[in-house]
Design a protein around this ligand. Structure first.
Ligand SMILES: [Cu+2]
Length: 127
């Protein structure tokens, strides 16, 4: 029985590794809409996540994030590309960046917003 449990855990580990290493992003639907050549994506932040939580863009395109917050002040930071946008309630803000090379980039909150702040994350998928 123990052997079976270990085998099961082993298979799950291999599968999750395969999923995180996946580099074919063709199945992801692109986020937002193109306005004057810029991909405009509306993002709402809240304790402790983002809506949408996964943002999908094409490599090399200009991306504009229109950020708002439902509750308190939050940030929308993509450390790997040095992008950071902070927002206060009732005062939406926007910022632009050029999508980097294909890959998955972490988005995290850059303003301390409570007990779940460290887990407030999203993903930028660049295909
Ligand atoms: Cu936060």
């Amino acid at each position: 029985m123990k052997k079976l449990v270990f085998l099961f855990i082993f298979i799950i580990s291999i599968l999750s590794f395969a999923v995180t290493q996946k580099t074919d992003f063709s199945a992801y639907n692109l986020s937002g809409e193109i306005i004057s050549g810029v991909r405009v994506v509306k993002v709402e932040s809240f304790r402790y996540s983002y809506s949408p939580n996964v943002i999908v863009v094409n490599s090399g395109e200009r991306v504009r994030i229109k950020l708002s917050t439902r509750d308190t002040e939050h940030g929308f930071k993509i450390p790997e590309i040095n992008f950071d946008l902070k927002v206060k309630k009732g005062r939406p803000r926007e910022g632009e960046f050029t999508a980097p090379k294909p890959g998955i980039y972490e988005i995290r909150c850059s303003v301390f917003c409570g007990s779940g702040h460290k887990e407030m994350k999203g993903r930028l998928v660049v295909k």
